[in-house]
Design a protein around this ligand. Structure first.
Ligand code: MG
Length: 194
């Protein structure tokens, strides 16, 4: 029996963990660019252009929409993410660390979805790059981190932190670290307030 993680010691990546970024990408590709029927299981690389036969410019445009205006472009939370985050927030403030370069659009998105109490105490770091998350994780006083990018998690483990990979088609078979399938598994990992 392992000890549960206290919510004050765990942080979260946003895209591919809290937000169903792949789902929104697929919808935007279909509805705005006429790229019909991409299946989530086909996104087998973190860099989408490496695994799908889509023009690089279109990929960049779609991601730009999701970065600058996630609400209008239909970015939705992952199943059960908001319920579990709101529960965790009753024990400790939530911490999000994202590689996104712009803080304010995703802050608005989080505030729209989270309970007012959870949103008012949350901490959000928008780093603007994929590397160097470990430093921010430590500065925020965290030990555990959930991320969908295998390379990020491998690096965090090397730095003495305790990452969990959020299972997605693009990280399968790319690491040997502990992993979670969904937010109910994250709830199981954490010690909740009674
Ligand atoms: Mg991510």
């Amino acid at each position: 029996m392992t000890d549960k993680i206290h919510p004050r010691h765990i942080g979260f990546d946003i895209d591919g963990v809290v937000a169903d970024t792949a789902g929104a990408f697929i919808r935007l590709a279909r509805d705005k660019y006429g790229l019909g029927d991409i299946k989530p299981s086909e996104i087998t690389a973190f860099q989408v252009e490496d695994c799908l036969n889509i023009d690089n410019t279109k990929v960049e445009q779609i991601f730009a929409h999701l970065l600058t205006n996630p609400i209008e472009h239909g970015l939705e939370p992952m199943p059960n993410a908001i319920t579990v985050l709101n529960e965790l927030a009753t024990t400790a403030p939530l911490t999000f660390i994202t590689a996104r370069p712009q803080k304010s659009p995703i802050e608005k998105w989080l505030t729209t979805h989270l309970s007012p109490a959870a949103a008012s105490t949350m901490r959000l770091v928008a780093m603007g790059e994929h590397d160097g998350k470990g430093e921010h994780i430590r500065m925020m006083g965290l030990q555990y981190f959930i991320d969908d990018r295998a390379e990020t998690c491998i690096r965090l483990a090397e730095e003495g932190l305790s990452p969990y990979v959020f299972n997605q088609p693009w990280n399968r078979g790319r690491h040997l670290l502990p992993a979670v399938d969904d937010w109910l598994a994250i709830r199981e990992l954490c010690a909740m307030a009674a």
